[in-house]
Design a protein around this ligand. Structure first.
Ligand code: COA
Length: 169
């Protein structure tokens, strides 16, 4: 599976990615990918997808002005929502998507940002980001986008997030 394409989302592929992602991993909320396309058309993000002919392998978004205040304040674009379908994992798909995302980000900013969950389900992503050179931003982890303070009790779910950055150039 070394030969596959990385494309930017187009209107023709919205229903396709919706179906393929639901079949390969889990169903996103209705309208998720059409909302991504609309945001892309407004210039807010770029959704990159990896596909082997008509089979979706994975995707991510590059968000130019992310909600995380420290990234937004420093003009650091953020890679969000990286997902590889279960059957295509551990074959370098995420790495290729990240290569493309970082290349794209480097055209606008020397630093890329990413947020990774602390939930055990994100262990593979945590490891991959560190191996790619992402380091913690030295700011408090966030829960539901709010900084977590010492001794604060939080639930270990998808919303407990550590942010990392990588110097691209
Ligand atoms: C994390 C994820 C995107 C990785 O996708 P992938 O295409 O399998 O990743 P790659 O094949 O490019 O792997 C790159 C490196 O990451 C690390 N890695 C990937 N999966 C791993 C795993 N299950 N366990 C340990 N390390 C792993 C390895 O170092 C790997 O390099 P190697 O295979 O040469 O050892 C995928 O597992 C996924 O979609 N997970 C669920 C969603 C998620 O966590 N998204 C990230 C949100 S922040």
């Amino acid at each position: 599976m070394t030969q596959y394409d990385i494309d930017v989302l187009t209107p023709e592929r919205v229903d396709w990615i919706d179906r393929e992602f639901a079949a390969g991993f889990y169903a996103k909320r209705a309208g998720y990918f059409s909302a991504c396309l609309a945001a892309q058309l407004r210039g807010e993000l770029v959704l990159l997808l990896a596909r082997d002919d008509e089979a979706l392998l994975g995707y991510l978004k590059v968000v130019w002005e992310p909600d995380y205040p420290p990234f937004r304040a420093q003009g650091i674009p953020e890679v969000q929502d990286l997902n590889v379908v279960t059957s295509a994992r551990r074959r370098g798909v995420a790495s290729r998507l990240m290569d493309r995302a970082e290349h794209l980000i480097a055209t606008r900013n020397p630093v890329a940002g990413i947020g990774v969950g602390l939930h055990p389900g994100y262990g593979a992503a945590q490891r991959m980001y560190v191996l790619r050179g992402y380091v913690p931003d030295a700011l408090p982890i966030t829960y539901h986008d709010e900084p977590v303070t010492e001794y604060q009790a939080v639930i270990l779910d998808d919303d407990l997030v550590l942010h990392l950055t990588k110097q691209l150039r």
